[in-house]
Design a protein around this ligand. Structure first.
Ligand SMILES: Nc1ncnc2c1ncn2[C@@H]1O[C@H](COP(=O)(O)OP(=O)(O)OP(=O)(O)O)[C@@H](O)[C@H]1O
Ligand SMILES: [Mg+2]
Length: 326
């Protein structure tokens, strides 16, 4: 069974021992519509894993519906999940179906589940237990058959211990847990990923590049990649843009890694004006600063306070960054 799944064609590249183990577990789990919790650092490929789980499962012909709980303002999450009836609140001029209805028969992917508010967690738990829910402002119950895959890069057990995440929901969600290893724990995957991203670059921009020089590849394999596969992907793309020959050379990789390091270093650790650095625009410095604050804070509200901006502004910035990455 496992051998028949071509994970590469599902966008999941990785032949290292730990990725092969993960794919074996994934293939097994995908046969059952179990709730799965996908854990791993930011950028490790949790969404890629969730999509692969859906794509090789028995309900692949139904929708895979993603919701990023951190990128959507908290008061909007429930409206997104459950939809609303016409007239449920000011401005609700039409009935709106929620994501649970859209995902009926398929998969609902709840990314960054640790950011979900406690009251929404309670409602989610109820849907998972009863397979039914009400639209906001609605009286009738709606039955659905939805497989939920949740993902988190934060320490959910810590969130539980400080009362920010419900224990009962945690156990409901983690019938099976899949942990996606960080990229530095599977450096053997880097050459394959680099090939994949170069091929992707050629597909999108025309066949410019034949690959990466051996020295450039060694540098890429040795780098620590705190932002994991996402950071590697961005680095390969930047180096591809600046490549002067048919292959990406060491100097081009060094330039990209160096400017990433400068931006990271110049982003102040505390609230304050970011210092612009060589090779970085103000927007890039701001982005670093915002993401850094989010990473260091327990909640988005705390990050917004540290940055001295409103919570809504923070969400809209995060949305913007996410769209730019897609
Ligand atoms: N194994 C992989 N093979 C190919 N591409 C990958 C792999 N893992 C991740 N990527 C790519 O890296 C980027 C980040 O992946 P993804 O969005 O799944 O990470 P994530 O763990 O959900 O990150 P976050 O915690 O920030 O939400 C995407 O562009 C994805 O296509
Ligand atoms: Mg994600």
């Amino acid at each position: 069974m496992t051998a028949t799944i071509d994970f590469g064609s599902l966008g999941l590249i990785g032949q290292s021992a730990c990725m092969r183990r993960l794919c074996e577990r994934l293939a097994r789990v995908s046969r059952f519509r179990a709730n799965v919790l996908v854990l791993g650092e930011s950028g490790t490929g949790k969404e890629v894993v969730a999509r692969a789980l859906h794509a090789c499962g028995p309900n692949a012909q139904h929708l895979f519906v993603p919701l990023n709980c951190a990128a959507v303002a908290r008061d909007i999450v429930e409206n997104e999940l459950f939809g609303h009836e016409k007239g449920a609140f000011t401005g609700a001029n039409e009935r709106k179906r929620g994501l649970f209805e859209l995902a009926d028969g398929g998969t609902l992917f709840l990314d960054e589940i640790g950011e979900m508010e406690l009251s929404t967690q309670a409602k989610l738990l109820r849907v998972l237990e009863r397979n039914e829910f009400r639209r906001v402002g609605g009286a009738g119950k709606i039955r659905v058959d939805v497989n939920v895959i949740a993902a988190s890069n934060s320490d959910l057990e810590r969130a539980i211990s400080v009362g920010r995440f419900r224990t009962d929901l945690f156990y409901r969600l983690k019938v099976v847990t899949l942990v996606v290893p960080s990229l530095r724990e599977r450096r053997d995957d880097i050459p394959g990923l680099v090939d994949h991203f170069v091929a992707d670059f050629n597909r999108r921009h025309g066949p410019h590049l034949t690959g990466v020089s051996p020295r450039a590849l060694r540098r890429l394999v040795e780098h620590d990649w705190p932002g994991n596969v996402r950071e590697l992907k961005n680095a390969v793309e930047s180096a591809a843009i600046f490549a002067t020959g048919s292959r990406i050379q060491l100097a081009e990789v060094n330039d990209v890694l160096e400017s990433a390091r400068l931006v990271a270093r110049d982003a102040p650790r505390e609230k304050g004006a970011p210092a612009p650095s060589a090779g970085s625009t103000l927007a890039e410095v701001e982005r670093r600063l915002v993401l850094d604050a989010v990473e260091r804070s327990a909640t988005k509200a705390e990050a917004a306070r540290a940055l001295g901006i409103g919570l809504r502004t923070l969400y809209s910035k995060l949305n913007e960054y996410r769209r730019a990455e897609e």
